[in-house]
Ligand binder design. Structure first.
Ligand SMILES: [Zn+2]
Length: 432
């Protein structure tokens, strides 16, 4: 394995900054080992205004709380994980060597002093957050630091964010928090929490960078890699899925097909329904696998499973615990299905945007280059920019509706209706 920071596709500046901080952190850890007190003074203090003015020596310093932001797929949690490996790395002459036991276990997410918190449901509850805070307060076992990585910190409930804030404000000397969120927007992360963190902004990786990763890391053949990199919207994980998974490609076709289907009443609603159903089915398949293993595990833990002597009857309280688990699983299934539908909507909006770009004659790289001749060019010829813009808005409105828990079927039906109206509005088309 190569150096862990090499995994940060197209993020050279970020890799440099994190490597420097991890190096500085070794010095801090050594001083803590020598019994230095007032640990926080060993760290660079953020000025509390949340500004990103970390310059010079400060840039190469260490701090207790970090916020990694970037669009989905830019590798926020990968960057946080690599940084954690860099912090725990045991190699004497390299930071994040990728070969020592610490690096290997952090990257495999099995290091005892690096905890990954991934909200399974639609949000991270205050109870889960308290759990995290408690774990973070422990002294590291074998590592230099006790590290907590909160993926999707934008899914913290307000109370959960407050519980976490207290720990971030007064962290134990050996504790490091790495939070990940889409952006620093207050919708994604509370202003106070954000102001306590040093901010690392990841950029969307370039198509060529993604292509190279697919070929070199995943062994995908060059032609397919080029295609997947071109249509993935800068999302490395999605590029890999599109390159390797028939189901993912079919789902994408369904989403993009909606652009044409929506213009005809006879096909619009069936296509909408098919899209919603395929997202639900895919989510069901993913969840079923996770659920079964979890339920078995819990039953065994509670003594309800198995056929051995004395395990025939479940002890008291089992039913309650299982019900609680079922509730969590249901919430997770809903989230997976929402995420899949949202992905489809992002694809669809991008297709309308491609047509819009062509209609106004702008020189911008297409988001779906493989659909340019097939769909985007005819759409641009058929509809005025104004109509296409209304379609983009209809898709974005649908995403917002799903976000506030409108039933997917209703939200997608409404979107399809609006797209149909916009595209068939001959008034606008002839006026322009
Ligand atoms: Zn290492």
């Amino acid at each position: 394995m190569t150096n862990v920071f090499d995994r940060l596709t197209g993020q050279a500046a970020v890799a440099d900054e994190l490597r420097a901080a991890a190096r500085a952190a070794r010095g801090v850890a050594a001083r803590l080992d020598e019994g230095a007190s007032g640990a926080t003074s060993l760290f660079a203090r953020d000025d509390g205004t949340g500004s990103d003015q970390f310059e010079g020596a400060q840039r190469a310093s260490m701090t207790h709380a970090w916020l990694f932001t970037g669009p989905p797929g830019s590798g926020r949690s990968v960057a946080a994980t690599c940084f954690a490996a860099g912090l725990q790395c045991q190699s004497d002459d390299e930071i994040g060597c990728g070969e020592c036991r610490a690096c290997v276990t952090v990257m495999a997410q099995t290091h005892a002093d690096v905890r990954h918190v991934v909200p399974q449901g639609l949000s991270l509850s205050v109870l889960e957050a308290r759990d995290v805070v408690q774990a973070a307060a422990r002294r590291p076992g074998t590592g230099r630091w006790q590290i907590v990585i909160v993926e999707d910190a934008d899914r913290l409930t307000e109370q959960a964010a407050n519980a976490l804030l207290k720990a971030v404000e007064e962290p134990p000397s050996r504790t490091v928090f790495l939070l990940c969120a889409p952006s620093v927007d207050p919708e994604d992360i509370s202003v106070t929490l954000r102001s306590r963190c040093r901010h690392i902004a990841l950029a969307t990786p370039a198509v060529a960078d993604i292509e190279r990763v697919l070929i070199e890391r995943d062994g995908i053949d060059p032609e397919r890699a080029a295609w997947a990199a071109g249509v993935c919207g800068g999302h490395v994980g999605r590029a890999k899925r599109l390159a390797t998974d028939d189901e993912a490609r079919a789902q994408r076709e369904k989403a993009l097909g909606l652009a044409r289907a929506a213009t005809r009443d006879s096909t619009a609603y069936a296509a909408a329904e098919a899209l919603v159903r395929s997202a639900e089915d895919a989510a069901k398949a993913i969840s079923a696998e996770l659920d079964e293993a979890e339920t078995e595990e819990m039953k065994t833990a509670l003594g309800a499973g198995g056929t051995g002597k004395g395990t025939a009857r479940a002890p008291r309280g089992t039913a309650g615990a299982l019900k609680e688990l079922e509730k969590r699983q249901k919430s997770r299934a809903t989230r997976v299905s929402r995420d899949m539908l949202d992905r489809a909507l992002v694809d669809l909006a991008a297709l309308f945007r491609d047509a819009l770009v062509l209609a106004v004659g702008a020189q911008v790289t297409a988001m779906h280059p493989d659909k340019t001749d097939d769909i985007a060019v005819p759409m641009a010829a058929y509809a005025a920019p104004e109509q296409l813009l209304r379609c983009v808005e209809a898709v974005l409105d649908c995403r917002t509706a799903l976000d506030v828990n409108v039933k997917p079927k209703f939200a997608v039906d409404a979107m399809v209706a609006t797209i149909g109206l916009a595209m068939n509005d001959r008034r606008v088309a002839t006026a322009s």
